[in-house]
Design a binder for this molecule. Structure first.
Ligand code: NDP
Length: 252
């Protein structure tokens, strides 16, 4: 089988997984964080879980990227820098900044994420440095520029929103409070909103089915969870701001 065919199957598999995830998450909430519950098998520390889950998206991604024949060209390098801006933080910084003392995550969730991130690393890294075509002129193509701006804006929103959540707990605290400031004025989950903007930007900057597959998967994963978070906040806090939406300001 030619590699282009294998890559196409992998990419369509990812799109199929996005559809399956989207539908499933309306029936079963992923059991981690505030929605964590027993019955999902053995658990490990939440911090370790994050590092293990995200390693393929960061380290394996780099390995696949540098095996590509276009890896040292400027446009693929710029795309690689965007991807790694997100994943170096998510894998090696974020897990050590969250207030997660004593918190655990099911191994089944970690294993599922590792499988997905391995597939996604192949789909996106291989596309960027081998199967796609990004000459140097791509760096001033409107699709790259708009996509990169959207990606960086999404990254900034995601970082700020996660930072607000981290600041809510004093050292040793494990409970929940109402977040305020920034996009929390309008929505319950600006970290998810920022993440969705990032990968939508990635899909535009790479102008590829590979990038679109991951953007769709991110929406499929985070949109139902944002609705669950929003509902949870409204039930838990009687004084939760009524004008706040779940995921998209003034819309949803
Ligand atoms: P959450 O918003 O559920 O939680 C983020 C962190 O903040 C956790 O440590 C959580 O603690 C804590 N926290 C959340 N709300 C409160 C609150 N009201 N008061 C005090 N502490 C709070 O995000 P996730 O854990 O689901 O995701 C973390 C990051 O990973 C996000 O930036 C998200 O965008 C990204 N992500 C991306 C995915 C993708 O498909 N691309 C999939 C999943 C996540 P606790 O864990 O105890 O609830």
């Amino acid at each position: 089988m030619a590699e282009a065919e294998l890559h196409s199957i992998a990419t369509w598999t990812e799109i199929g997984l996005a559809a399956l995830t989207f539908v499933s998450l309306f029936f079963v909430t992923a059991p981690y964080g505030r929605h964590g519950r027993k019955g999902w098998g053995p658990e490990i520390s939440q911090r370790l879980g994050w590092v293990l889950m995200e390693l393929p998206a960061c380290v394996l991604w780099l390995g696949i990227y540098f095996a590509g024949t276009h890896a040292l060209e400027l446009a693929p390098l710029a795309l690689m820098a965007l991807w790694q801006l997100h994943y170096v933080n998510r894998t090696f910084v974020f897990p050590f900044r969250i207030k997660a003392e004593g918190k655990t995550t099911p191994v089944s969730i970690v294993a599922t994420a590792i499988v997905f991130n391995t597939l996604n690393a192949y789909v996106n890294a291989r596309w960027v440095s081998e199967l796609g075509s990004y000459p140097i002129s791509w760096l001033y193509d409107a699709r790259f520029v708009i996509g990169a701006v959207l990606f960086v804006a999404g990254f900034a929103i995601n970082q700020h929103a996660d930072q607000v959540l981290m600041n809510l707990r004093k050292p040793g605290e494990t409970g929940y409070k109402i977040p305020h400031g920034g996009l929390y004025r309008f929505i319950s989950c600006p970290n998810y909103f920022g993440e969705i903007l990032e990968w939508t930007g990635w899909a535009i900057a790479t102008w590829s089915l590979a990038g679109l597959a991951f953007a769709l998967y991110t929406i499929a994963n985070l949109a139902p969870r944002a609705l669950k978070h929003h509902e949870w906040y409204r039930q838990k806090f009687a004084d939760y701001p009524t004008s706040r939406r779940a995921l998209i300001p003034f819309v949803v």
